[in-house]
Ligand binder design. Sequence first.
Ligand code: SF4
Ligand code: SF4
Length: 179
Amino acid sequence: MSKVKKKVKTIKIDLDKCNGCRACEVVCSAFHAKPKYSSNNPARSRIRLIRDPLKDVYLPVYAGEYAAAECMGRGKYVIDGKEYSECDFCRASCPSRDVFKEPDSGLPLKCDMCEDDPAQEKPLCVQWCLNDALTYEEREEEVEEEVKPGDVEAGLESMVDKYGLQKVIDTVARMAKKS
Ligand code: SF4
Ligand code: SF4
């Protein structure tokens, strides 16, 4: 399979610069409100702050993939004298906690990098983080080219044109038996 270049968008988080202001949560939830900017509710944000002001713990976490089952991770991390649980860093919407779930429907939330038309210059949480704790980065990566269903259909059509339908069916049936 051939390789293609893909633009990968990431946000780098500098914990030392985050003061827990939650501006990122406010703007993200407002941007995703329907209609856009009609309300804000941090519970709908795709970035959430794990906060413990008495211990000076402020950890911004982006919503990632949905997880159908909770995992066994219950470890502890101590970083610069501050204690975090393994769950604190997790990006999943999972059954064992309430974060990254749409409050009304319970549906999982996922960061979409502020997809918009026209495109935003930078994700809004990055633009609104006045402490520069969030930095937007883009890089190119080589990945396997995705096979689109349309490509498969076009390939099958040309084989049928060349060899005839029955021969293609017989060959596919033979291959299916072998696998
Ligand atoms: S990049 Fe956009 S969608 Fe993702 S957390 Fe930030 S504001 Fe929300
Ligand atoms: S806007 Fe920046 S400083 Fe404020 S909570 Fe979010 S990441 Fe932290």
